[in-house]
Structures are given as C-alpha cells and as structure tokens.
Write a protein that binds this ligand. Structure first.
Ligand code: ADP
Ligand code: MG
Length: 474
C-alpha cells in the first residue's frame, strides 16, 4: 500500500518538476488561503497547503464512514433535544471549565425563555483515523465529531481536480480517473438553503459569523457563492458587529444592519478567545431569536469531548436511537476506548491506566480547533498535578489511534519540497434540517482527507500542520 507512488518519490528530478505544476493547478482551481501577513486582504494570496499526491485509504473503511454519517446526524439532533442528558453529562466539566460554563449559561437562558426557533440546521463533520491493529488489520475509529464551524467543505470540493491533473502529468491517467469527485460545499449550501426556505421570508438573509482574522475566507466563499446562485443573499459579520448593530424585535426576529437574518451560520464561536463580553451578549441575542442557528447552542454542546465519552458507555446509544438498532451498531463500531475522569472510582481507574501507559492514550480538554490535546509523558505531568482535584473532570482520556504511516510530499507556501512519513484523517460531512419534530433532510454530503507528517501529534490545516489531500481508494 505504501509503495503506491514510490516511483515518484524516489525520483528527485521528477518531484522538482511536478511540484510547481501541482501548485499552479491548486491556484487555478481556487484552493486558496489568505496569507499570515495579511489575513484580511485578498490582494496577495497563497495556495492552501496540500499533498502532492493522493493518499491510500482502504475502500471498505471509506464506505463504512459513508454508511454511518446519516446515523450520526440523527444522533446529534436527538441529543441536542435532551437538556437533562446535556446537563448531567456536562455538570462536572462546567464546574471547572469556564468556557463550557459560559456556553451552558446561554443554553439555560434559552431553555428558561422557551425556544423561538422552530427550524434546525446541522452541518457536522465526523473525523476518523484508520487504526492499525497488531494482527495487521485496520479499523475505522472516530476521532471526534465537529458540530460547529466544520471547515474545508469548500476547498475540498476543488482538490480532486488538482490531484487528477498531477497524476495525468505523471502519466498515471488511469489512477487519475479513480480520484473521487467531491462537493461538500454544494450539499452544505443545499442544507442552508432548505433552512432559509423553511424560515419563510424571501427578503431574509444568511449571515456567516466570522472571526476577526479571516485567512480561510475562500473556504467560506465556496458556500456563499452557491447560496448567491440560488438567489439567497449572504452577509458576513463578526460577533462584535452583531452586538453593535443587531436587534431583536418583539416577535424575536433578528435584524443586523437592517437585514432580517433567516440563518446564522457560525464559522467562529467555538473557542474561548472568539468571545469577549460583547460577543457573549451577541451570542445570547442570536440564540434567543427565531433565526436558524447553525449550530444552536445545544448542538454545539453535543460536540464536546465529554459528550463523546459519555456516548461510549453501555446503553446510552440505545436510549437515543431505540428505533434504529442497526444505526446503534454502526455508530458503536467506530468508537475507540473513551474514559471518564470524573471524581470517583471510575475516574481513579482512568488515572491509573493513563499513568501506567501514557503512550497508549490521548488526554483531551473540552476544546476545539486543534493543538489542545496532551500526549505521552506530558499526560503524566498533567495528571499528577490534577489527579486529586476536581480540575481533572475538565478532561477525558481516549485510546490513541495508531495509523500506519505512508510517504507523501506536503506542499506548503514557502516550504521545501520534502518527503515525509504521513498519517491521514478522514472527515465525512453531514447535513440535516429539522422542522419542529420532523426531519426534512438528512444527508451525507462529501468528505475531506487531511494528512500530516507523523512528527506532529496534533494540529489542523489552519494551524499549518495538516494539509488537504484526497483519498485514493485501495
Ligand atoms: P480538535 O477539536 O482540537 O480538533 P481532536 O479530537 O480532533 O480535537 O484532536 C486534534 C488532533 O489530534 C486530531 O486531528 C488528531 O490528529 C489528533 N488526535 C486526536 N485524538 C486522537 C487519538 N485518539 N489518537 C490519535 N490522534 C488523535
Ligand atoms: Mg478535530
């Protein structure tokens, strides 16, 4: 499997020739990112980092990830409608984690008010790695599910053409034809358009909530442009803008700069640093409004690591999907070992197994966005410090997934052409729309493959660690 592209990687001259062709192709296809230096200007742009060649992905595991996505959509939606479960599950973490506490405070406020929103839109991405077992077999294991700001659905719609072109220039046209087409931005915009339509006001707009620093704007634009082509107006605003110029009318319609907002699509708001006090006020105002939030606050909470860990307990999935036993089995199959660090005997046992074999695990705080997890010896350091305090409940422990490394060449702006041992992470995009009690749309809408050199334990594309890739099914 790892020998797939050896003829290319062993030929330094060929690499030097093909890399610039690949980069130009990425630029032509719009696989773009703004620069670190000028993140809010498109005057000068870079290509988004990507692999020179697609990476091998076992066909059966790819199919498995596809087949379970609608199940995950349904599960996330049902969990988001169960305040008791969310409260019980996050109760210990919110006492020691200010961010979770703050999100929950917004949630409580909404629950006390009673929901104004009747249409719900979920856009999520379930991420997996291919775990290589001792007997040589590989298994699909979920890393996490992202229920807010799941990114790269736009750019990953444009990378297949790049790899197809590169393979053709290498004389591998048969392989080029096998690159899967992929268009998450189309499916994502279809979901947003459906929610917009059900909101039911022709003049209302879709509002993207964006960060102050907007390097990944082209990924957003792919989706925005699909919406415009459906004659849906799109605006981009920061949380601060909503605080300053947003209002709720007496019927809980949300207006920003005079535009009525049908759908508020969050591409920010998942990290503590995304909020100041005004940002929290803006979030609360939006949550109290009739606008379709993607995600609403409950669905954001469903995406926490603590909820993920709780779902791996016996009988929990059955409780939420009693009418879909096959879905329960499909979902459970993808779970790695997950362990609670709550205060008590079970949590004590988790501390013990982690201290005894830290290299077998990953320690995860309740954070999103990459770069927060703890590995190896550092697990020991952190656990020794917090093991006898309630602070330990802000973490969960997870089995470390160990994929078999494969060689590839990672192309980064201003980087060297260099072959690395790499591992890949497969994401599946899911979209659903619910109106009141009825699921009106539940779809899998495409995939994302990200690849990184094995020396990096953590970190995504935005952090400059992982790069965009395409699966080459084997
Ligand atoms: P985040 O919300 O920050 O994206 P993730 O759970 O996705 O958190 O972890 C970030 C990265 O850490 C992943 O992309 C993956 O590279 C690595 N990682 C996370 N969990 C595991 C695991 N169980 N085994 C191996 N690597 C992991
Ligand atoms: Mg992640």
């Amino acid at each position: 499997m790892s020998g797939l592209w050896e003829d290319v990687f062993c030929n330094a001259q060929l690499l030097e020739e093909v890399a610039p062709i690949a980069v130009d192709s990425a630029l032509l296809q719009g696989v773009l990112m703004r620069t670190k230096e000028s993140p809010n200007s498109s005057d000068v742009v870079n290509f988004a980092p990507f692999t020179l060649l697609p990476s091998p992905v076992p066909r059966s595991l790819f199919e498995q990830a596809k087949s379970v996505q609608e199940d995950f959509n349904l599960l996330v939606d049902r969990l988001s409608q169960n305040p008791t479960f969310l409260e019980q599950t996050l109760n210990s973490a919110m006492k020691v984690d200010d961010f979770i506490e703050r999100l929950f405070k917004v949630y409580r406020h909404v629950l006390d008010d009673g929901l104004s929103q009747s249409v719900f839109l979920g856009i999520n991405r379930s991420d997996y790695m291919f775990d290589c077992k001792e007997n040589g077999t590989t298994a699909l294991k979920q890393i996490e599910i992202n229920t807010i700001a799941a990114s790269f659905g736009g750019l990953s719609s444009r990378t297949p053409a790049v790899h197809q072109h590169v393979l053709r220039t290498l004389g591998k046209s048969e392989e080029a034809n096998k690159i899967l087409s992929n268009n998450p931005s189309l499916g994502i915009s279809r979901g947003i358009a459906k929610a917009w339509e059900l909101y039911g006001s022709q003049k209302a707009v879709v509002m993207l909530l964006v960060e102050n620093v907007q390097r990944n704007i082209f990924d957003h634009r792919c989706i925005e442009n699909e919406l415009w082509s459906r004659n849906i107006k799109v605006i981009r605003r920061r949380l601060t803008d909503v605080y300053e110029r947003g209002i709720l009318d007496e019927k809980k319609h949300l207006y920003v700069d005079g535009y009525e907002v049908a759908v508020a699509y969050f591409r920010t708001g998942y990290m503590p640093q995304d909020y100041n006090e005004q940002g929290w006020e803006a979030r609360l105002m939006m949550e109290r409004s009739m606008a379709v939030k993607c995600p609403d606050i409950a669905t954001q909470l469903v995406g926490t690591k603590k909820v993920q860990q709780e779902l791996s307990r016996p009988h929990i999935l059955e409780k939420f999907l009693p009418d879909f036993p096959e879905a329960v089995a499909r979902i459970r199959e993808t779970f790695a070992g997950l362990y609670s660090l709550d205060i008590g005997e079970e949590g004590d046992q988790t501390v013990k197994i982690a201290l005894a074999n830290p290299e077998q695990y990953v320690l995860k705080p309740q954070r999103e966005g990459g770069g927060n997890n703890i590995y190896g010896d550092e697990i020991r350091e952190v656990l020794e410090k917090v093991r006898n305090t309630s602070e330990r409940t802000s973490y969960i422990l997870m089995d470390k997934i160990k994929p078999k490394p494969v060689r590839n060449c990672l192309l980064k702006a201003n980087g060297q052409i260099q072959i690395s041992e790499c591992i890949s992470e497969l994401g599946m995009f899911g979209v659903y729309v619910r109106q009141g009690g009825e699921m009106v749309l539940n779809e899998r809408v495409g995939h994302l493959l990200r690849t990184k050199a094995t020396e990096h334990a953590d970190g995504g594309v935005a952090a400059g660690v992982a790069v965009l890739d395409n699966p080459y099914l084997v």
